[in-house]
Design a protein around this ligand. Sequence first.
Ligand code: HEC
Ligand code: HEC
Length: 225
Amino acid sequence: MSLRKKSFVGCFVLIAMSLMILASGCSKEPEGDNDAKFYPTKKPSAVAGESIYVSECEKCHGASGAGDGEKAADLPEKPKAFTDLAFMRRETPEKFYEAILEGKEGMPGYEKKLNEKQRWDVLFYVWSFATTKTQIDEGKNTYFEYCKGCHGEKGDGEGTAKRSLAKKLQDFTDPRFMMNEDSDQFFSMVTQGKKAMPAFFKKLTADQRWDVINYIWTFVYTADK
Ligand code: HEC
Ligand code: HEC
């Protein structure tokens, strides 16, 4: 074999090998990591956020989160109601975190005034205006009856039935996955299903489906209310 031919073969082998390395690198990409910009390093607590809300946020956002605090009338725009379910179900924790960190028109940013844990605690206090303890408890019952088998008791996707599934399930306890999701998306998944995920529109009422979603959120925060 001529020298030129040898180096040609060598080159081909090298390209093939690097392609293999690249391919194996890609398949190892964690599925839950969708590059959320912000996620908490500790599990946030809605109850710990309550006193922060009362001292920092209530004057504008109102005691019940309805956007009717004493200062709301002076604002360029009335804050949206955290009790408005249609609004809340489209939002992601990541978007809320950005608002709290950097502020919005008519709202100061809390990058300096609150630390990271306080910002997440108050965020999930706000988040929980859209649910109740009863709904979360109901949702937990539904979850244990219908979802646990695949998604796991802890929500980590390690249920006993998941072994027969081709796809690795998302980890509901992983903030890097959850913080970029919204309840509307979850609702259509639970309602319509997708591939190995069963559709629940016949088995569960719409309220039961919303409750179970409220419960799923508690895998990334402590509700305590
Ligand atoms: C001075 C009044 C004021 C204070 C204080 C305030 N906010 Fe706001 N906040 C607003 C206004 C006004 C908006 C709506 C801005 C917009 O829609 O662009 C807003 C928007 C938000 C949003 C985003 C929701 C949306 O409309 O997209 C979140 C989340 C939020 N505030 C949380 C908080 C938290 C948590 C605190 C306390 C740590 C706080 N705010 C303190 C006035 C305030
Ligand atoms: C037979 C196993 C199985 C059961 C039972 C099951 N799921 Fe799933 N679930 C899946 C699979 C598989 C996916 C991923 C679907 C896909 O993207 O292909 C999924 C996805 C999801 C997602 C979206 C997360 C994502 O991947 O983006 C949510 C939310 C969800 N399931 C909630 C539930 C709830 C709530 C229940 C119970 C009412 C439930 N699931 C019952 C298998 C199951």
